[in-house]
Design a protein around this ligand. Structure first.
Ligand SMILES: Cc1cc2nc3c(=O)[nH]c(=O)nc-3n(C[C@H](O)[C@H](O)[C@H](O)COP(=O)(O)OP(=O)(O)OC[C@H]3O[C@@H](n4cnc5c(N)ncnc54)[C@H](O)[C@@H]3O)c2cc1C
Length: 476
């Protein structure tokens, strides 16, 4: 029986929400005064009831028909599950705490995942290997980011999340599933200069109003549009975040092996000469598969890998950072219009093109794709010309960046390399928060990807922990 008042409500059961709940109940268990009741509201299913497989539908954004992005565990549950154990990859925790605390948070996230069954193999590479990669990158004006990583694997994450949730329930955390929070109960208090907005609870799609002391918003990327709407409606301080626009690159696994054997998800940062733009590799899937990412009005691509099923290829995203300044700052709208154009050119499917064809300014055809050395792992695509879809500047950055990368990893920009577009990383509007992760509305806290404060599992989880600590200070 659900109550109509909770001390603390968490919206979203992704890494940010789950780690916040862990901090609120499991870590404070037995401490005097820490008997807060905590409710997690999640619009998707429980982890075991989540259905749809990435191979069948790609990454679908429609929570009702498909649970890839929604449900207990969040977007991370069906993801590759690579944990980047750094506070400055996938966000920057030092914006919210000192560097020592930031590293402690990363260790904490790692430890909790290990406690719940994450495989303990650490991918770090030897000192000589790392030095060699750094040197090779530096020789072409790029940098290699050294990261310790762990890999849960798409096929193992469900079990880890189940153990995590069971532990939270055992410690008294309540879950309300298949329920969306549609609005917040925001009231004004005080007078004159002291007048301030305060969050008093949430309103769900069942029409229920549940009051609470503090609320944490952790709705992930799938909740980003909803967050944007109420940021505007309730006048929260926030700003547009930069987006990443680019392609998914697919090469024979053997091409990437010299690097992926050192680091499963190698991160190279490259500044292009022509435009001085920031480009980077992201989300490498060794022996993985390229998959579709379905949005309401366009199709994108992504990649994943599994522990049990392997392809002969490795894929990774190659992305260009795009920020906009006044008077047009809406990066989301810009990214969507690029994605829509790409979807039009692709006839409703992602576009695939051989690197050689792109370089020579000609479209790829089914014939050239079929006889290509690298076989495409995503079949539902349209061979075409990516330069008809992505802006010229981004295209030039991609070609230049991949050619530089080719000097570090020979073969990566060969003619037979396959490129899929569009791969666009949208980031939510970034809510303004203080060091307790409290927004400009009192008692309303924010964490994770949906409020633009993180971009990966570890950072989302860490911002959840920080927000939980902030909530305990305010509502504890
Ligand atoms: C395809 C893919 C692969 C990825 N691979 C990796 C990887 O290997 N390593 C890595 O570090 N990161 C990876 N990521 C990113 C990672 O999954 C996210 O950074 C992380 O899950 C963000 O955590 P979060 O808690 O902020 O949000 P999410 O994990 O998105 O969770 C938010 C939850 O909130 C729920 N929700 C949303 N709106 C509402 C609402 N109004 N009411 C109630 N509930 C709501 C959603 O259903 C969802 O379950 C990947 C992401 C994708 C999409």
């Amino acid at each position: 029986m659900k109550k109509n008042y909770y001390d603390l409500i968490i919206v979203g059961a992704g890494p940010a929400g789950l780690f916040a709940a862990h901090e609120l109940k499991v870590k404070s268990a037995g401490r005097e005064g820490q008997t807060k009741n905590v409710l997690v509201i999640e619009k998707g299913n429980d982890v075991e009831e989540r259905h749809c497989f990435v191979e069948e539908v790609g990454y679908c954004q429609h929570c009702k028909e498909c649970n890839i992005m929604c449900g207990v565990g969040g977007a991370g549950t069906f993801s590759d599950g690579t944990l980047n154990l750094r506070p400055d990859v996938g966000g920057d925790l030092t914006e919210f705490c000192d560097p020592k605390t930031a590293w402690q948070l990363v260790e904490e996230v790692d430890r909790v995942f290990l406690e719940h069954g994450m495989p303990d193999e650490l991918y770090s590479g030897t000192e000589e290997d790392i030095e060699d990669l750094k040197r090779r990158a530096a020789s072409v004006g790029a940098s290699f980011i050294e990261i310790n990583q762990r890999h849960i694997g798409s096929d193992k994450t469900k079990a880890v999340i189940k153990a995590f949730k069971d532990d939270l329930v055992a410690h008294g955390v309540e879950f309300m599933l298949n329920t969306s929070v549609v609005d917040l109960l925001i009231e004004e208090e005080g007078a004159g200069k002291k007048r301030a907005k305060v969050c008093r609870g949430v309103i769900t799609d069942n029409g229920d109003t549940i009051k609470c002391g503090c609320t944490l918003l952790a709705p992930g990327r799938v909740g980003a549009t909803w967050v944007d709407e109420f940021i505007k409606r309730h006048g929260l301080d926030a700003e547009y975040a930069d987006i990443d626009v680019g392609v998914r690159v697919e090469v024979p696994a053997i091409t990437m092996n010299p690097v992926t054997k050192i680091n499963r998800d190698p991160k190279f940062h490259i500044r292009t000469k022509r435009y001085d733009d920031f480009t980077r590799t992201f989300c490498t899937n060794e022996h993985g598969f390229v998959v579709k990412e379905e949005y309401d009005d366009f199709i994108g691509v992504n990649g994943h890998s599994m522990k049990t099923k392997k392809s002969k290829n490795t894929n990774f995203a190659f992305l260009v950072r795009v920020g906009l300044t006044k008077p047009v700052e809406n990066t989301t709208r810009y990214g969507r219009s690029i994605a829509k154009l790409a979807t039009t050119i692709g006839g409703g499917k992602p576009i695939i093109q051989r690197m050689g064809d792109l370089r020579r300014g000609r479209r790829s055809s089914w014939e050239s794709i079929k006889r290509n050395l690298v076989k495409n792992t995503l079949a539902d695509v349209t061979p075409g010309d990516i330069s008809m879809a992505l802006p010229h500047r981004i295209m030039m950055d991609i070609i230049e960046g991949l050619e530089k990368l080719n000097e570090i990893i020979p073969g990566v920009a060969s003619d037979s390399t396959l490129l899929y577009a569009p791969e666009i990383k949208f980031y939510a509007m970034r809510a303004k928060v203080d060091m307790n992760m409290e927004t400009t509305v009192k008692n309303l806290f924010a964490a994770g990807d949906g409020t633009g404060l993180s971009r990966d599992i570890v950072n989302a989880a860490a911002t959840g922990i920080l927000a939980a600590r902030g909530m305990l200070k305010t509502c504890g």
